[in-house]
Design a protein around this ligand. Sequence first.
Ligand SMILES: Cc1cc2nc3c(=O)[nH]c(=O)nc-3n(C[C@H](O)[C@H](O)[C@H](O)COP(=O)(O)OP(=O)(O)OC[C@H]3O[C@@H](n4cnc5c(N)ncnc54)[C@H](O)[C@@H]3O)c2cc1C
Length: 382
Amino acid sequence: MDFAPTPRQQAMLDAAEDIMRVHRERQEARGQDENSRFPRELSASLGEAGLLTLWADPDVADPFSCASLVQELVGYHDGTAASILFVNNAASAILSRGCSSPLNRDVLDQACRGKINFSFAVTEPEAGSDVAALQTTAQADGEGFVVNGVKSYATGAADADYILIVALTSTDGPAKGGTSLFLVPGDAAGLTKRKLVKPTGDAHATCKLTLEDVRVPSDHLVGEHNGAWRLLFLGGVVERLLVAAVSVGVAQRAFDQARDFLSERKQFGQSIIEFQAVNHRLADHLSEIEAMRWLTRHAAWSADCGIDAPSRINMAKLFASERGSAIVSDLMRLVGGRGYFPDDPLNLAAREIGLSLFAGGSSEIQRNGIARGLMATPAAMK
Ligand SMILES: Cc1cc2nc3c(=O)[nH]c(=O)nc-3n(C[C@H](O)[C@H](O)[C@H](O)COP(=O)(O)OP(=O)(O)OC[C@H]3O[C@@H](n4cnc5c(N)ncnc54)[C@H](O)[C@@H]3O)c2cc1C
């Protein structure tokens, strides 16, 4: 078995590393105040390098593996960049599989050239884990649709050119057969966005959306009318893999920062890392981060090969988000009082990785997915 990145994967990793270096230099030159501004240059560079539309590029035969490697690396460097990568890849994966009009193709083409940013709005006040309980409607009207409803959390919506919205297009029968996807322009009349206060990630703001008689032409429908469910399934799988990968990146960053600090800081006449009570904890954490990494990469490889991917991705997401959050929380404690303050890097990492417990679905929903697989085909009958 060869675990090394392929030449194409390595080229993507090199491109991502360069983009992150330029972004860091730009941030340092501008100062902290710039950190809550949407970094359009960063998003354009990631887009131009093809990193925001990995499922849309026909030359990429292994999008899950490429995405997991790049997302881990970007997550290691910067939370905002990781969020931009996550949202755009999930939305563009759906759009690329559901490209049903010249408008869809044009938007996707622009996204592949780094000209477009997406947001992806599924969650509603009454429909979180239970997506099928959605209440947003899109009613056919003349040449298009009229959309009404509320979306609770749409990350990136404040600066998105297009928001991929999920809405009911038929109320006859279950939502799974009566739901459609629409590309709603970010500046559509009747669309109101309210930025939500988050513990971190203001530069890629999460918004509450209200849609009041928002008119979208029929060529803004993505995929088939009433045919969203198959595309949403793909979007969910992509999201969960990317959450697992970013958890690995953030946990590794926190680990490296804590190890450096604990090596330098001395108490009782020696480096804190020399106390066995400390270095055994670090040894456990590093072992688990390695397990998170390879579970995630293996799940990505399985998806590229078409082998039982959804279940393996559920497992990777569950393990990486749960263990990653616990590890970063312990690292924050290990560095002592400085970890309590919001401007401490360990504190930032803990806030960043906290989202992994909800993004792409909570741990209970991952367990439900894994358990469904257990009950589907008894081993003895395979
Ligand atoms: C910062 C942030 C950004 C987000 N960005 C986006 C975005 O861009 N687009 C988007 O669409 N959504 C987004 N979300 C929403 C996210 O996907 C949801 O929070 C998540 O799916 C859970 O839904 P909920 O919060 O409504 O919780 P609920 O579904 O209400 O769940 C509440 C609790 O009940 C548990 N629960 C629910 N059902 C079951 C069950 N069957 N069995 C056992 N336990 C269960 C859950 O695990 C959870 O602990 C974002 C969320 C956050 C916090």
